[in-house]
Design a protein around this ligand. Sequence first.
Ligand SMILES: Cc1cc2nc3c(=O)[nH]c(=O)nc-3n(C[C@H](O)[C@H](O)[C@H](O)COP(=O)(O)OP(=O)(O)OC[C@H]3O[C@@H](n4cnc5c(N)ncnc54)[C@H](O)[C@@H]3O)c2cc1C
Length: 489
Amino acid sequence: MTTATIIGSGFASLAAATSLADKGAKVTVVEKNASTGGRARKFTEQGFTFDMGPSWYWMPDVFEKYFNRFGKSVSDYYDLKRLDPSYRVFFKDEQVDIPSSFQSLIELFEAREKGAGQKLRKFLEDAAYKYDAGVNDLVYKPGLSVLEFAQWKVMKGLFQLDLLKNFKDFARGYFSDPKLLSLIEFPVLFLGAMPQDTPALYSLMNYADMKLGTWYPMGGMHKIVEGMETLAREKGVNFRLGEPVQRIYQNGSMRVVTDRESISSDVVVGGADYHHIDTQLLDESDRQYKSKYWGTRTMAPSCLLYYVGVKKKVDGLLHHNLFFDTDFQQHAKEIYKTNVWPESPLFYVCCPSKTDDSVAPQGMENIFMLIPIAPGLEGDSEAIRERYFDTLVNRIEKHTGTSFKNDIIYKKSYSVSEFQKDYNAFKGNAYGLANTLLQTAFLKPRIQHKNLNNLYFTGQLTVPGPGVPPSLISGQVVADLIAKHHKLN
Ligand SMILES: Cc1cc2nc3c(=O)[nH]c(=O)nc-3n(C[C@H](O)[C@H](O)[C@H](O)COP(=O)(O)OP(=O)(O)OC[C@H]3O[C@@H](n4cnc5c(N)ncnc54)[C@H](O)[C@@H]3O)c2cc1C
């Protein structure tokens, strides 16, 4: 029987572990933290249950396809609710709710810019093609060689996929209203890079947003992790939690050395941050990438986060709220180009207690605030965190017309140093490698080690990229590759 050790228990690792166990392998997951889920862990304080990381449930088809793979369905593990409106955007002078109905969205675009309704239809028809080709096909490739793409639909879609066009120009070919453009650009901006450095392929994210909708698993995003862990255990996966891996090497079989013992297996899958495995867990002679390589990667942003409990309802907020009341371009530059603390940041507020009574005590509000910041930012201090917190609360109060500063009964901040400490995250990144053209598909860090044939990688720093759905796919892709190499069924 093939044995496999999986490092980490984020979405990618859980998907890899379950897929391999389903194919008959004997699988052990080794996780440094006391609970599973990685960046999507949760914690409970004073009756508030906070999701620590992801909060947007996009691409429901990817989750359904994952559970279907094992003859299960999402509904066997958690209840999904579609949010309507999907989210609220606060601009300087107005607020706009994004409706879940496509027809209403077209009317909203048309009302702001003549002809934009029809253009949105066209933009999303094109994005639908990209979504189908990209999410249903391209991302399930292991990215081992450029040849995969030469054969892939005989390159027929390559031009239509707009890999070589940049997102910024592409979007401006359709729309000119600055507010509509920020609606179109925010998904790529929050997940990785400046629109001018992102291939127009990623308009598939707009399709996910505007056509497939924004969903919420009742009980919180952690329900996905719980569902995946339950399924993994059903398939016989063994979990060793609170056990950091310290070294990986090959001595006949593969060896994973933890703070407790040396585990031997046929195959190892590294689901912790790739940079950490490459530079900290492998022996010098087994490292694949030089420090110059890592130094020149474009990382997706880190974040400054606040988990906040408020002892009253904050009227004026929806479940998802984007505060675009300051200069979009300026903040993007500070994250991606000049790498400085933002002068006047855009930010995002999640208030899941608007949808879900279980995440806050009755009559109270569970609030999560996120400022995207440059990865590896230095100079983090309590004083800085306090200053930004005050700014954010003031801006929320101003735009919602609800004061709640004096009703905050719980507050915890989280940033670069915590990402490094909790996840061994390179530069404290939150979302892995940015989705730039030169970091797409076979140009990402390799999914299989080039010399140690039985060491594989998964997660948001390898194919296909950052985000919950891609991580889920990454775990399946690596498991399928291992199954092929090891002749599992
Ligand atoms: C604040 C935030 C908000 C986000 N929002 C969204 C969103 O709304 N929607 C979305 O789709 N995506 C979002 N993302 C991105 C998404 O959460 C990630 O892409 C995804 O969770 C990454 O999963 P992963 O399995 O690759 O890695 P991780 O979840 O990081 O898992 C890696 C695991 O490896 C473990 N590990 C590290 N080192 C070791 C070691 N030496 N030994 C053993 N274990 C180790 C870590 O503890 C961790 O559990 C967000 C991320 C963050 C941080």
